[in-house]
Design a protein around this ligand. Structure first.
Ligand SMILES: O=C1NC[C@H](CO)[C@@H](O)[C@@H]1O
Length: 428
């Protein structure tokens, strides 16, 4: 629709067009709404008008995702400039109060194109991990502590424990709220529509995989984390009365294996639905160098993880979304030429549980696989990302091809379509 000012404008939002929670399900436009989604962290980057922007690619990626039934994208809304090696550049914010308008317009463009395809987006506003600067970079700004890349130090335990200091740093929290307000209060420069009025935003998300600290988080660290989730989610609702808010938690793996902590952090009325992630290889349940020897262990633990979190959501009476899961290519290999038989078998196991329980009416509201690589291709023989290279589903902290689903992975794409169709057919 072309408005009087000549700007591309979506039809005015009717109240019913926002995604809402109805008991333990999502609803949208008077229907139950199930997510058959992709992680597409770099969607805003492709939408930029210059520099890293690749708008022609973005349109093709969105069309290809739409064609296989993908109706939701999980996208990084803001990145922080950092010295850490395995982080994306450029970044949305290079210092407190300084923003790259080209990247913000990129997000505008993405949202405008998502609206045309009637997809929805989950936008995460920070990152516990280093690949977009994230919480560690805030501490570098406000504590003066060095931003140490765990891919370099190889000490993830210390990284996690230090990064959780973000929650208790008043200056970092104040700037984080400034950044949240900058994004949430933004008026889309392509459509002229305020983000708070955009019915194609499904939810604002506090961060990607916020954790209370490392696996030995203390009672005090856990209490700080629970308070942080409640307060920031409440702050976002204060800015935006229309949209849902989620945490971005991985579930127990991101809650020091403490179910009570996971429940306590998500009990607040400020959190509208639960999230969880499933990573058998990252969590050493599956060894891709010994697939036959570790498959049974990995799939048993995965099934338990999938089902037990749906029970936790039922306890809180809220929907839950499996918003990340993945496995690497056969071999293992990062090469796009490698087959994906084991990954496809894993995806089918995951999808079958999600679809069956969703059809039964259990509080599982859908999935986002990690992650859409599409037409992107690894540029370097070592598969590591360098500025100027294609973006793929794997962020710069990991080899480009580790978990990405590429446009040539036909068996995977057909599998995603099969289950997207099943979820979209659910009527409630
Ligand atoms: O959020 C995340 N979860 C797991 C992904 C794959 O390891 C990782 O790339 C990302 O930081």
């Amino acid at each position: 629709m072309i408005g009087a000012c000549g700007m591309v404008e979506a039809a005015p939002a009717a109240g019913g067009d926002f995604v809402t929670v109805k008991k333990t399900h999502f609803a949208r436009k008077g229907q139950a709404y199930y997510i058959a989604g992709a992680n597409f962290w770099y969607g805003g980057y492709l939408g930029a008008a210059s520099g890293v922007g690749e708008r022609a690619r973005l349109l093709k990626e969105l069309d290809n995702m739409k064609a296989i039934g993908i109706n939701n994208l999980r996208v990084l809304a803001v990145s922080e400039k950092t010295e850490m090696n395995s982080a994306v550049s450029p970044a949305t914010t290079s210092a407190p109060g300084q923003y790259d308008e080209n990247l913000l317009v990129g997000l505008d463009f993405l949202m405008a194109e998502v609206a045309k395809r009637d997809m929805t987006v989950v936008l995460y506003l920070n990152n516990f991990w280093q690949w977009s600067g994230g919480m560690t970079q805030y501490l570098n700004w406000f504590e003066g502590t060095p931003a140490l890349d765990p891919n370099v130090t190889k000490d993830y335990d210390t990284y996690m424990q230090k990064t959780a200091g973000f929650y208790r740093n008043a200056a970092a929290q104040a700037e984080y709220r400034n950044v949240i307000a900058k994004i949430v209060r933004r008026v889309n420069t392509i459509t002229g529509k305020p983000y708070t009025e955009d019915t194609h935003i499904l939810s604002w998300q506090l961060a990607n995989e916020p954790r209370p600290g490392n696996g030995k988080a203390t009672a005090e660290e856990k209490a700080v984390y629970v308070k942080w989730v409640d307060e920031v989610a409440g702050y976002i609702h204060g800015l935006d009365k229309n949209h849902l808010v989620s945490s971005g938690s991985e579930g127990l793996a991101g809650s020091a294996q403490d179910a009570q902590l996971y429940l306590d952090a998500h009990r607040t009325r400020n959190i509208d639905y639960l999230t969880y992630h499933l990573w058998p290889k990252n969590w050493s349940w599956f060894d891709s160098n010994n697939p036959t020897g570790t498959w049974d262990n990995a799939i048993a633990k995965s099934r338990d993880y999938l089902n037990s979190h749906i029970e936790l959501a039922a306890k809180l009476g809220k929907p839950i979304v499996l918003e990340e899961f993945g496995l690497d290519r056969d071999g293992p290999s990062f090469s796009i030429k490698a087959t994906t038989r084991i990954r496809d078998r894993f995806y089918r196991e995951v999808f079958e549980i999600i679809a069956t329980r969703a059809q039964k009416g259990d509080p599982i509201a859908g999935f986002n696989f990690w992650a859409w690589g599409g037409a992107g291709r690894a540029a370097n023989p070592d598969y590591w990302w360098k500025p100027g290279n294609d973006f793929v589903g794997d962020p710069p902290q990991e080899e480009q091809g580790l978990y990405s689903v590429f446009d040539s992975d036909v068996t995977s794409l057909l599998l995603i379509k099969e289950y997207a169709d099943r979820l979209h057919a659910i009527r409630r």
